[in-house]
Design a protein around this ligand. Sequence first.
Ligand SMILES: [Zn+2]
Length: 117
Amino acid sequence: MAKKDTFEELTKNAMKIYDRLKEKAGQVVDETKRIAQLAKLKNGLEKTEQLLGARCYILIKKNKITVTDTEIKEYAEDIDELKCKIEQLESGNIFCKKCNTANPSTAKFCASCGKEL
Ligand SMILES: [Zn+2]
């Protein structure tokens, strides 16, 4: 009788532990889902902000919108500068440090101002 009681007690405790573990595991899964959903939403927000910025830049360049905010103007100028640098690197030309003229990679002197390249 005592042995049976002990066995039942053990079984009951084991079931309690199992239920608690199942609950904890469920909480971990929920938390993981929440974190994944949060990351997805934040990523979506970031991408949408980038698209808005890119669209804004296009409209500024086409003079479709008038921008008075200096920070936006500076960002647009930064984009111009970066695009210019990318273009320069992609073209393979040498740019004069004095006048910024594009010269063929074989040139020794600037075609515009004569400065040694
Ligand atoms: Zn030059």
